[in-house]
Ligand binder design. Structure first.
Ligand code: OGA
Ligand code: MN
Length: 302
């Protein structure tokens, strides 16, 4: 059955026609969904009652290799028992709401900074699939910004300036900007990765800004100058007219392309209400192209 898309924002993001993703296993449908992702950057699927195992299975059918959290330290330790399952909840291992001072809570608060998932890894994160388990009775939206529109609306000088620049992304850095502290061992595990500031989707040829709060520096630039450029690009990319705010409903699965969008969590009374979402992120294994098929840094011409 053909899949149809209903736009949720003037620029990007779409709701997909009714479908049970637990049963989708044919190439034709998966390719339609991938095309939809290339066009809209964010896809919303309603009524997807995934178990953890079903969500992992679907993510593998969609895009193969999965991102798994690094490290066995206290921060990365996973309540869900599988490093490929991202615990986007405010629950501790006993299933109780985390206290205000809980270290894991303070670490997760950084999801409220605009970011892309796993840009601090090589290969980087590609598609994230965030699935509801418990939706709180208050608004706790996830916001998305379109990085293709952000790139297209830069002025010509800025486009020329950033054409061949690269940035270092570090999850430790984005958290340190909030005053979160890491041990030496944790910092050693979280060294980050270097990626171009501009990427081209090889299927659509659309360019996108590849930025995030994880950017600690621009390679070969003085530190303060690079951080100012990053701040300017982040401010440009997250203007209100570029942002879609997703209000969660029971059963929602939201899938986004981390190479075409940024996202952030919004604040709610998280020491009062339970919010439980589970995230699986695929890796962009085509990131460094050897055969012209991958997502290309702009400096590579084909
Ligand atoms: C994530 C994330 C945002 C939210 O799971 O990667 O950034 O609203 N979540 O919880
Ligand atoms: Mn995220």
């Amino acid at each position: 059955m053909p899949v149809t898309f209903r736009k949720l924002h003037p620029l990007f993001a779409a709701e997909v026609s009714p479908i049970d993703l637990r049963k989708v296993n044919d190439r034709a449908t998966l390719l339609q969904l991938r095309d939809g992702m290339d066009e809209y950057g964010v896809l919303v699927f309603r009524n997807q009652p995934f178990t953890d195992a079903e969500q992992l299975d679907f993510a593998q059918r969609w895009d193969g290799e999965l991102h798994a959290k690094l490290g066995s330290g206290s921060v990365a330790k996973n309540r869900l028992g599988n490093p490929a399952l991202g615990d986007t909840s405010n629950l501790n291992p006993a299933g109780k709401i985390r206290d205000r001072e809980d270290r894991h809570r303070l670490y997760s608060l950084a999801n409220r900074l605009w970011h892309t998932d796993a840009s601090f890894r090589e290969p980087a994160g590609r598609y994230s699939m965030l699935s509801t388990r418990i939706v709180p009775p208050v608004r706790a939206d996830t916001q998305f910004a379109d990085m293709r529109v952000a790139y297209d609306t830069l002025d010509a000088e800025t486009k020329a300036l950033i054409e061949n620049l690269k940035a270092h992304h570090s999850i430790a850095y984005s958290r340190q900007t909030l005053g979160f502290e890491f041990s030496e061992k944790e910092l050693d595990e979280l060294r980050g990765a270097i990626h171009p500031l501009v990427l081209t989707n090889p299927r659509t040829r659309r360019r996108a800004l590849y930025i995030a709060s994880h950017i600690s520096r621009i390679i070969d630039w003085p530190l303060p100058e690079g951080r100012l450029l990053k701040n300017d690009l982040m401010a440009h990319a997250t203007q209100p007219q570029f942002v879609y705010s997703h209000e969660w409903q029971d059963g929602d699965l939201v899938v986004w392309d981390n190479l075409a969008t940024m996202h952030r969590a919004t604040p709610f009374e998280d020491t009062k209400y339970v919010r439980e979402l589970v995230r699986v992120t695929t890796l962009d294994i085509d990131y460094t192209p050897t055969d012209g098929s991958g997502v290309l840094p702009n400096s590579v011409t084909v």
